[in-house]
Design a protein around this ligand. Structure first.
Ligand code: AP5
Length: 207
């Protein structure tokens, strides 16, 4: 069996045997990743794993610790949490659901090219990448509208600028690395219109 591992701790990890489609769902903040994942789950019954939700759940379930305070501060600054931390959360969630999942939607991962490479080395190969491409104006308007009620530490104007900058700086490397598997979808339109295109791509994986 192929082995991967954590460069810093030299820990070896076995790749998982996953016989269902694995889809990475990426795009800027407010591009509609979560919204489209909800629709995919409803139609195809895939298991939705959101990296941001996993991190927020960890922060919320534990007492205030230096580690949690650091996570809140990183997210509040619109920067990226450590890749080792995020991939461990994703791996645990896949392991928990591996016997029943019909497919996986990995939402918000990879954020950068190296995250993708690590996932394929340590977990499994990706089947397809859905990249939701919305303009900065649309991203801003959606997140600031949601921020009125979301309570999220990062849904404010200052953090949003940093989230968008992080996304813009790293997205082209991902597109270049995965040209053969990436489906770039214009995400400026209405959710149902976008989902029509999404279905065309997902149907090619399951028919
Ligand atoms: P994360 O929670 O993943 O946030 P994000 O990527 O910034 O994106 P959002 O979840 O806010 O938006 P979305 O694209 O899912 O859009 P949604 O459907 O919700 O990450 C947060 C932080 O966690 C990161 O900044 C980082 O610090 C950390 N993190 C996460 N993953 C990481 C990783 N891999 N590595 C390191 N750190 C990581 O929609 C947004 C709003 O728009 C909603 O109100 C929705 O109703 C509306 N909307 C959606 N689609 C449409 C549409 N088509 N038309 C009109 N409105 C729409």
């Amino acid at each position: 069996m192929e082995k991967g591992g954590c460069k810093k701790c030299h820990k070896k990890t076995e790749k998982l045997k996953i016989n269902v489609p694995i889809i990475w769902v990426i795009g800027g903040p407010g591009s509609g990743k979560g919204t489209q994942c909800d629709k995919i789950v409803a139609k195809y019954g895939f298991h939705h794993i959101s990296s941001g939700d996993l991190i927020r759940a960890e922060v919320n379930k534990k007492e205030t610790t230096p580690g949690n305070t650091a996570l809140v501060s990183i997210m509040g600054a619109g920067q990226l949490v450590s890749t080792d931390y995020v991939i461990d959360l994703i791996r645990k969630e896949i392991n928990r659901t591996i016997s029943t999942a019909k497919g996986y939607l990995i939402d918000g991962y990879p954020r950068q090219r190296d995250q993708g490479i690590l996932f394929e080395k340590e977990i499994a190969s990706v089947s397809m990448i859905l990249f939701f491409d919305a303009s900065t104006e649309v991203l801003t308007q959606r997140i600031l509208a949601r921020g009125k009620n979301s309570g999220r530490v990062d849904d404010n104007e200052d953090t949003l600028k940093s989230r968008i900058a992080t996304y813009v700086n790293l997205k082209d490397d991902i597109i270049d690395e995965y040209r053969d598997k990436i489906k770039i979808i214009n995400a400026d339109g209405a959710p149902d219109q976008i989902f029509k295109e999404v279905q065309l791509y997902i149907d090619t994986l399951i028919i």
